[in-house]
Design a protein around this ligand. Structure first.
Ligand code: FAD
Length: 440
């Protein structure tokens, strides 16, 4: 099935999305080859962390990888002595995923190819995927699960030099964290969302006691989970136009509490998103997204406590503002920034500056060679908002034979498709669709 052989399904990307698709296909008796060039197949970016302080941001009871068995991870966590209502370490979840992949590999229905896919060509009966180094994989169907795309270097940071780290997940960032912990040096984190939280936790856990400034336009940080009484709502009772929906959400937050109000929309998020017209979707992204993200994607209470402690100890300052300029200096970066609502700028030196703004928001600017090749070839197109790929309700690329995409690549269509509880359902649906298409 490897080089120059034929696999029914080629899956590009061995993070959560691709791994669970391979697992689901194997459960339907369909063979696949999982192509991942990162060396972390079976875990992906989120679950390959080795840092114990990195906790899941969803309770264990909600983190099953298998749509057909929603309690699967919760039971697994409890069997290991955890509490299904609690928050497991992300590395523990990574080991769970790896276990599911190992079972699928043992069935003989899944193989792994540890090389990046650099191009794909349509054939009469399917696809040829070209791997780095020259080998080809021929497959009847192709599934793209390339995941979140690396952020672009930030504007205004061009002169920041080598102490500016654009990829907060890379080896250079890990080395910088260890160096900062050793020297007590200072760090600026650009972005105040989940990526900032992760990096702040890594610094704290490494023993860093120096100064950290985290800056974003609004200075909003993720809120904490808490035990709340669920307040489910029927979709028929939720307004479909954006302004009315936001008004409804404010009122319901006042009545039932904001956590319950936001959670009540979860089962309806795909339908509500797809019911908005593109102008409303753009307006949501421009005006409401920052608010939505910090309330919807909440952090474990223990994590929130650590962040609060860092702030109280004046080791972490959250700033609402904008970068004006950044200049490499001798072994540091001098950053000029303006606080929101003022004309006053501050000039401060940091030993390191990290881009924590999160994944690339415009798929057209991806540097992934395979996605670039398929975009340039016209086989795939950006969705209307330009965030991800155009796919239909079944996650198929419209008008192209046997091509699917899943996970964050499909967020333009589904919006809430970046967390495990959403992707697992999509992966099971795509596996059904592929099995049907291939006559399985
Ligand atoms: C730090 C972090 C923490 C998170 N925590 C949670 C959480 O607690 N709970 C929750 O529900 N969700 C969480 N999420 C969200 C969610 O689980 C992830 O977004 C999800 O795992 C996405 O998986 P993926 O497989 O689509 O992408 P990724 O994990 O990014 O995996 C994609 C893989 O594809 C590979 N790849 C890409 N292009 C190619 C190519 N051309 N050839 C070969 N390989 C390629 C990459 O190297 C990578 O290994 C978190 C996300 C992040 C980033």
């Amino acid at each position: 099935m490897k080089s120059d052989g034929r696999a029914p399904v080629a899956i590009v990307g061995g993070g959560f999305s691709g791994t669970i698709l391979a697992v689901q296909l194997a459960r339907r008796g369909v063979r696949s080859v999982l192509i991942d060039g990162s060396g972390r197949a079976g875990r992906g970016v989120a679950y390959s962390t080795t840092e114990p302080a990195h906790l899941l941001n969803v309770r264990a009871e909600g983190m099953s990888a298998l749509a057909e068995d929603p309690g699967h991870f919760g039971a697994h966590f409890e069997a290991a002595g955890g509490d299904a209502k609690g928050f497991a370490q992300r590395r523990f979840f990574g080991t769970y995923l790896k276990g599911l992949l190992t079972e699928a590999l043992a069935s003989g229905l899944v193989e792994i190819e540890h090389r990046p896919a650099v191009a794909a060509e349509r054939e009469a009966n399917g696809w040829t995927v070209k791997l780095d180094g020259g080998a080809d994989i021929h497959a009847a169907a192709l599934a793209l699960a390339n995941g979140n795309q690396e952020p672009e270097p930030l504007r205004g940071l061009d002169a920041a030099g080598s102490r500016y780290l654009n990829n907060p997940w890379g080896a250079a960032a890990r080395t910088a964290v260890a160096g900062l912990a050793r020297t007590g040096g200072s760090a600026m984190l650009i972005g105040t969302g989940l990526t900032m939280v992760d990096l702040a936790l890594s610094l704290d856990a490494a023993g860093h006691r120096g100064r950290v400034v985290a800056l974003s336009r609004r200075g909003q940080i993720p809120r904490a989970h808490a035990d709340v009484q669920a307040a489910p709502v029927a979709i028929a009772d939720v307004p479909k136009r954006l302004r009315a929906l936001l008004r409804w959400l404010r009122k319901r937050s006042a009545d039932a509490g904001w956590r319950a109000a936001i959670d009540s929309l979860r089962p309806h998020s795909h339908a509500l998103w797809q019911g908005l017209d593109p102008a409303e979707q753009r307006s949501f992204l421009r005006h409401a997204r920052a608010w939505w993200d910090v309330h919807r994607h909440r952090i474990a209470p223990q994590v929130a406590d650590t962040i609060a402690r860092m702030i109280a100890d004046r080791r972490l300052e959250i700033v609402a503002g904008r970068i004006v300029s950044a200049q490499a200096q001798d072994q540091c970066v001098e950053v000029e920034f303006r606080r929101r609502g003022t004309d006053v700028t501050s000039r401060q030196r940091f030993d390191y500056v990290f881009n924590c703004t999160g994944p690339l928001g415009a798929i057209g600017r991806t540097r992934d060679p395979l996605l670039r090749n398929l975009l340039d070839d016209g086989a795939i197109k950006p969705d209307e908002l330009g965030m991800g790929l155009e796919v239909d309700e079944r996650s198929r690329v419209p008008g192209v034979h046997n091509l699917w995409a899943l996970g964050p690549l499909t967020k333009g269509r589904f919006w809430e498709i970046v967390a495990v509880p959403d992707i697992r359902g999509q992966a099971a649906g795509v596996a059904d669709d592929i099995a049907k298409e291939l006559g399985g």
